[in-house]
Design a protein around this ligand. Sequence first.
Ligand SMILES: [Fe+2]
Ligand SMILES: [Fe+2]
Length: 191
Amino acid sequence: MYAENRMMNDPLKVLEGEHRVIEKVLKVLKKASENIKAGVNPPVEELKKALEFLRMFADKCHHGKEEDILFPVLESRGVSRSGGPIGVMLQEHEQGRNLIKKMSRAIENIEKGDKNGYMLFSENASYYVELLEAHISKEDNVLYPIGRKVLNEEDFGKLLESFEKIEEERMGHGVHEKYHEIAEELSLKYI
Ligand SMILES: [Fe+2]
Ligand SMILES: [Fe+2]
């Protein structure tokens, strides 16, 4: 019973669930990037949608929960930041943000009529997919399992509560679902 309760109230499951949604959009991005390299440019509106998803759902919401809530709690339980797994994760979030900026600039170029914008987008999208796929795998297979070892029941409860709070405050009520729909809509078109 105890184990069952712990499973049901596992905040890391929430984050793993978000990884699965992010992965859908990474597949879309990979396909879009391959299409561009093959000379087939996707509608710019769809690239913008994928980018909005990455900026809002993947970065602001998901990475926000990790950086502002999960990582500090893990640190308080002895998981090291500098030179340890948390430091690496933070660095990768930052690299992801830089690539989002580059993709965003590429879209601005496309909209100004510069056809090279597509290649610029494709290049940075490929880097982003590679980075995030490896990042997610490290969290799923290394960092979160460490979390399950070091966090106690009380930490679990507090994390879940804080995750819900961050959703309401930063994203707004019901916005999370909107991004699930965007991920689904894009993956139906591309995958
Ligand atoms: Fe992360
Ligand atoms: Fe993550």
